[in-house]
Design a protein around this ligand. Structure first.
Ligand SMILES: Cc1ncc(COP(=O)(O)O)c(C=O)c1O
Length: 298
């Protein structure tokens, strides 16, 4: 099995320095309280950002998303964008990351006085954690492609748990992921509440039909940065791209399909349920992937 998150093992990850609330710690010493909102309730937000060829990829977009998500859950980050950027840069420097860095930033609402959900019992500033890793995608996933399967777990409506937020509580995605893995697939293809195809459990979904690129409206997906870049690339190269509602039958009738994410960029799909897709260098997926690589290598 492959996944959109398969990576090359890197021994340097044993010695990374992890940022927790203003200080850097060795892996074994990086700890937070059991009373933290994250451990107790999954109350917080996160983002992942890549550091490639001595620079962050789409830094502004990632910091913007972090602050947008914080606002949507009414979490006031006590540091401003500039300070958060400085901490990210410091984390890269202290860990001597030059390329293939993958940084997970986690912000929880902070420490609680007692195990209770109300933000009123929060007695500290938000907890900020940055886990930097040396993480290079495993190329085999690009050649082989992913197997997707539709699952029963759906993307919920905005007024249940807003699916556009990169929240710490990923239970919806995790349950979809478990379902997919039990069915022998690499990733779950998820419906929205109206039986349209929305997204995958950890990446976004696109399909291609007659050289036109389709993805969902985005209403039931995490606000995707890579997703948006692919849409922009299509527009820049005069490739027709549509953000619209579509059904499983449209997907099963497609010529190609692929997934996108910060970690692996574009990964082709080789199978959805019982439908197989051919993966080759003449595919539009491959061309889009090269355009995306050009963009991040710029
Ligand atoms: C459910 C889900 N979809 C998609 C993505 C990918 O989004 P992006 O393109 O910003 O990496 C993520 C990762 O954050 C995710 O958790």
């Amino acid at each position: 099995m492959v996944s959109s998150h398969d990576f090359i093992e890197d021994k340097r990850n044993l010695n990374i320095k992890i940022y927790v609330n203003g200080k850097f710690y060795k892996r074994k010493d990086a700890k937070i309280s059991v009373f933290d909102s994250s451990t107790m309730l999954g109350d917080g937000i996160w983002d992942s950002i890549r550091y490639h060829n001595n620079k962050f990829i789409f830094l502004k977009e990632h910091v913007d998303r972090l602050f947008k998500d914080a606002k949507l859950i009414d979490l006031k980050i006590h540091l401003n964008r500039k300070k958060i950027t400085e901490i990210l840069e410091k984390t890269v420097k202290i860990n001597n990351i030059k390329t293939d860095g993958h940084l997970r930033i986690i912000i929880s609402r902070g420490i609680k006085s007692t195990p209770y959900q109300s933000p009123k019992v929060t007695i500290s500033k938000p907890t900020i954690i940055i886990i930097p890793e040396f993480k290079k995608p495993d190329k085999r996933a690009y050649k082989k492609g992913l197997k997707l399967v539709t699952v029963n777990t759906i993307r919920g409506p905005e007024n249940v748990q807003n699916p556009q937020i990169n929240s710490l509580s990923k239970l919806n995605c995790i349950l979809a992921c478990i379902e997919a893995q039990k069915k022998g697939a690499d990733e779950a293809l998820m419906f929205d509440i109206n039986d349209n195809i929305a997204t995958n459990n950890s990446t976004h979904f696109f399909y291609i039909k007659n050289n036109c690129v389709f993805t969902s409206t985005g209403k039931y997906c995490v606000t995707g940065i890579t997703r948006q870049k692919i849409i922009d690339i299509c527009k820049a190269h005069k490739i027709k791209v549509f953000q619209k509602n579509f059904k499983l039958k449209d997907v099963l009738n497609a010529d190609e399909a692929f997934v996108t994410g910060t970690f692996a960029g574009i990964v082709p799909v080789n199978k959805i349920n019982n439908k197989k897709f051919k993966i080759n260098d003449n595919n539009l997926t491959y061309k889009l992937s090269n355009f995306y690589l050009d963009l991040i290598n710029k």
